[in-house]
Design a binder for this molecule. Structure first.
Ligand SMILES: [Zn+2]
Length: 222
């Protein structure tokens, strides 16, 4: 189940959050008087990040999910319970194992029990992975994404769109006529054929549906 693209997508939230915090700090340095945007995509746009930086972030997210987070979850699913045993089994540094465990805990997909060793008085944390919760979250995220895409599709199918040839704005018919079919830059707005956009949305919907189906089908087979 951990190889399903929806699982990877859901787990990438963990790494995305870190990049988002970094980008927010960068934004505040550059534009101390502006309101900091929320969400990694909006930050990338607002900072006008070069292609190399965007690629670096995407690679880092993918690598951390595949080489760090998934192996740690696998170890938990195999019944390994303590951070030290997980670090030994996966060869991932103990401080990183700990960091990821607490991130999984924040997402409510892992939890721990604390117990005191009667002799040494030390606390031991036994960790467990909550597979049910991850499955629930993946289905909920998939449904939410499908709802958004269906809204987009309806909006594209039921409207005509007009754009500035220089890329400044995209308006539906009512918005465009309010502006007398002129962009703020003075250019005349042009009708935009959105057939390809509609095709793309339909493709995206189909893909998510089939990912969700195969994800849930594989679970039933177990
Ligand atoms: Zn314009």
């Amino acid at each position: 189940m951990l190889n399903n693209p929806l699982v990877k997508k859901s787990l990438s939230k963990i790494v995305e959050k870190e990049h988002e915090e970094n980008l927010k700090r960068r934004f505040k340095e550059y534009y101390p008087d502006d309101e900091t945007p929320e969400g990694i995509d909006n930050l990338i746009r607002a900072l006008n990040l070069p292609k190399e930086d965007i690629e670096y972030i995407a690679n880092d997210i993918q690598e951390t999910v595949e080489k760090t987070i998934i192996p740690i979850i696998k170890a938990l699913m195999d019944g390994i319970e303590t951070d030290e045993d997980i670090a030994e089994k996966t060869k991932i540094k103990l401080n990183i194992v700990r960091k990821i465990l607490y991130k999984l805990y924040d997402l409510k997909i892992a939890n721990y029990k604390r117990s005191k060793d009667p002799e040494t008085q030390w606390f031991t944390y036994s960790w467990k992975f909550d597979e049910e919760e991850l499955i629930r979250q993946i289905n909920a995220e998939g449904e939410e994404e499908l709802n958004e895409l269906n809204e987009d599709l309806k909006n594209e199918e039921n409207n005509m769109f007009f754009v500035c040839p220089l890329g400044h704005v995209r308006y539906n018919f009512d918005e465009a006529s309010d502006e007398e079919f002129l962009c703020v830059c003075g250019e005349e707005l042009q009708f935009q054929d959105n057939t390809d956009r509609i095709k793309q949305i339909k493709k995206d919907i189909k893909l998510i549906k089939s990912d969700l189906n195969s994800f849930n089908k594989k679970l039933k087979k177990k």
